[in-house]
Structure formats: structure tokens, C-alpha cells
Design a binder for this molecule. Structure first.
Ligand code: UDP
Length: 345
């Protein structure tokens, strides 16, 4: 039995990771400030005597240091996530991601603890060379477009992790996660799939931002967790960066149509210009597709769930919750005006 620290363990991915760790018999320690993480995500784990929750920030070294000292290994997932959250809280995004990761990595290096850092496909920025492979160049926009602060902050985390690895021998693994989705994911901070599913189930307009031609690839959280656990077990993963995702690509407009069909919904599909959905000058990525050849070559990893199954599972799991949840918040810009965009269907 290992002692595993999961930073951000009350978040969507973190909570699924904790479940898997407990199932295989580990002692699980979580630190989470419940900023985007939620107690409800881990409520079902709290009676487990191997599950230990610390509510606190990774910015607070007095809380973090003893947890790292006592852990055998660390999954560092705590971060500010979600495009909407990043636009709404730019200072918190940069500080939590960079200073928080610095705390985790410096303490992990101090005690020589194996640490997996959850990074993101955002670090590729708006590169047009798809699929993205781990050694590809990152392409960012200007500093006055706050979206890029997230990409840069996570890139700094990666630089720092690799620097600790190379200069101080920290055993570190970097996992770049591409659009992960599944049960318990909230649509509050962006996250298109739970938003579309909730909109479809409520017969509300399904809001496609931009022209809907932009593409994404969605991986189920169960596949992502399996990849994280497998990488952590492999000594040759240390010091390396891995994409984790599902290469099945779909445009956001097609995604809206598919969700509508699978949910048997009568929602209209409504196109919303980016400027209204986010903020003036917002830049989106046109295509985002992972190459997963590297992780396949090292550990034989391939995702199991296909997009249709992922969507169907999400529809099932959210149907029951619908009555109790509050209405989806639209973005700040949308709150202040009526939806004036054109109706496509
Ligand atoms: N998106 C959308 N409608 C929504 C939420 C998001 O069309 O209600 C789009 C968003 O503009 C982006 C894609 O869906 O092109 C994926 O957005 P998400 O925030 O889930 O993740 P991203 O890949 O942008 O980090």
C-alpha cells in the first residue's frame, strides 16, 4: 500500500483518480482548496478510512509540506482550470498555477518524491500542426489576451518540473491532458460537453461559440485516470512529457448535433460569436488533436471509450441530476445581454 498525495483531489479528474487509487488499496491524501473542486465530488469517499482530506491551498506551504514529506508519490492536479474561469480570475490563474506548482515541485525535490504533473493541451497554444506531438513548438498569442496566460502558466510548470528533474534529480512525469470529460464534470467554467448535455436535457439552446468549425478530441476520465496510473508505474516515463487523450476528432458544431440526437432533445443549436461568449478579441484553437503514439510505445496505452459512449454515459448520469441542479450560468458577457445570435436549427 502506497501513500499517495493528490493535489486537487476534489476536482473532477482528481476525484476519479482518488477512487481508482482507493480501489487498488492505496492510502489517499488530498489537498484541495475547493475553488473549482467540490465536496460533492468526494463525498462518497469520505467514509473510507484510507481517504484523508485537507482543505487548503497549495499556496500554503505549512499545509503542503507535511503532506509531501509523508507521501510516497504525488499526483499534482491542483490548478485553475476552465477557459471561463481563467478569463474571470486572471491573477488567481497565474499565481495558483505557477506559485502553487513551485511549492509542490520544490518540496517534492526536497524530499525526492516521484511527482506526476498534470499539464494540458493548452500548452501547444494555437499551433496549426495537428496532431500535436510532445516535441512540437508551442504558439501563443499576445500577452494582452488573457487566455494565453493559462497556456504560459502551465508551460512554466512544465519547464520548472523538467528543470528540477535535470538539475536536482526530481523524478517527475508530465502528462498533457486533452479535453477530458465524464461524470461529475461541471459546465460552470467552460467545458463544452457537460454544458451541451445539460442544455440538451433542459431543452435550452445548445450554445456553439464561434462558427463551430473548431475541433476537439474528448477522452473519458476513466481512460485518462488509467493512463496516469500506468505512467506512474513506469520508470522510463520519468523526465518525460506525454500526451493523454483520445484522437477521435469532432467539430463543436457536429458535437452539438450529436448531443442533441443522442439526448433526443428538441433544443435549437444557437451560434454565439466569441466576442459575446467570452470577451472581445478572444482567440480559440482551431483544431486540437493529440498524437498518443509516445504513450502507446512506452506503455501500450490506448483509450477504450469512443465519443458516442462518452456522450451517452454523460447523458445518463446527468438526466437524474437535472431536477436538483441550478440553471447553467451563461458567461459574464451573455448574462448582461439577451442572446442575439442566429439560430441554425
Ligand atoms: N464551446 C462552445 N459552447 C460552450 C462552451 C464551449 O461552443 O457552451 C466551445 C469553445 O469555444 C471551444 C470548445 O467548445 O471551442 C471547447 O471548449 P472547452 O471550454 O470545453 O475547452 P477548451 O478546449 O477550449 O479548453
Amino acid at each position: 500500500m502506497s501513500k499517495v498525495l493528490v493535489t486537487g483531489g476534489a476536482g473532477f479528474i482528481g476525484s476519479h483518480l482518488c477512487e481508482a487509487l482507493l480501489q487498488r488499496g492505496d492510502q489517499v491524501f488530498v489537498i484541495d482548496d475547493l475553488s473549482t473542486g467540490r465536496i460533492e465530488n468526494i463525498a462518497h469517499l469520505q467514509d473510507n478510512k484510507h481517504f484523508h482530506l485537507t482543505i487548503g491551498s497549495i499556496l500554503d506551504l505549512s499545509r503542503l509540506e507535511p503532506l509531501i514529506r509523508r507521501a510516497d508519490v504525488i499526483f499534482h492536479l491542483a490548478a485553475v482550470v476552465g477557459v471561463q474561469k481563467i478569463i474571470d480570475a486572471p491573477v488567481e490563474t497565474i499565481e495558483t498555477n505557477i506559485l502553487g506548482s513551485h511549492n509542490v515541485l520544490s518540496q517534492a525535490a526536497r524530499y525526492g518524491k516521484l511527482c506526476l504533473v498534470a499539464s494540458t493541451s493548452e500548452v501547444y497554444g494555437k499551433s496549426k500542426k495537428v496532431p500535436f506531438t510532445e516535441d512540437d513548438d508551442a504558439v501563443y498569442g499576445p500577452t494582452n489576451k488573457s487566455r494565453w496566460s493559462y497556456a504560459c502558466s502551465k508551460a512554466i510548470d512544465e519547464f520548472l518540473a523538467l528543470a528540477y528533474c535535470n538539475a536536482q534529480g526530481l523524478p517527475v512525469i508530465i502528462a498533457r491532458l486533452f479535453n477530458t470529460t465524464g461524470p461529475r464534470q461541471t459546465g460552470r467554467y467552460g467545458m463544452v460537453l457537460p454544458r451541451f448535455v445539460d442544455q440538451a436535457l433542459r431543452s435550452e439552446p445548445i450554445t456553439v461559440f464561434g462558427n463551430g468549425h473548431q475541433t476537439r478530441c474528448f477522452a473519458d476520465v476513466s481512460d485518462v485516470v488509467r493512463a496516469l496510473l500506468t505512467l506512474m508505474e513506469h520508470p522510463k516515463a520519468i523526465g518525460q512529457v506525454f500526451n493523454i487523450g483520445n484522437p477521435q476528432e469532432i467539430s463543436i458544431y457536429q458535437l452539438a448535433k450529436l448531443v442533441k440526437r443522442l439526448a433526443d432533445s428538441d433544443s435549437e443549436i444557437r451560434m454565439i460569436p466569441y466576442d459575446e461568449a467570452y470577451q472581445p478579441g478572444f482567440e480559440d484553437m482551431e483544431r486540437r488533436v493529440p498524437s498518443i503514439e509516445k504513450i502507446f510505445r512506452l506503455v501500450g496505452y490506448r483509450p477504450r471509450l469512443k465519443l458516442r459512449e462518452i456522450i451517452s454515459h454523460m447523458i445518463e448520469s446527468r438526466r437524474g441530476e437535472l431536477v436538483t441542479t441550478e440553471a447553467l450560468p451563461v458567461t459574464a458577457a451573455l448574462q448582461s445581454q439577451s442572446l442575439r445570435a442566429g439560430v441554425v436549427e
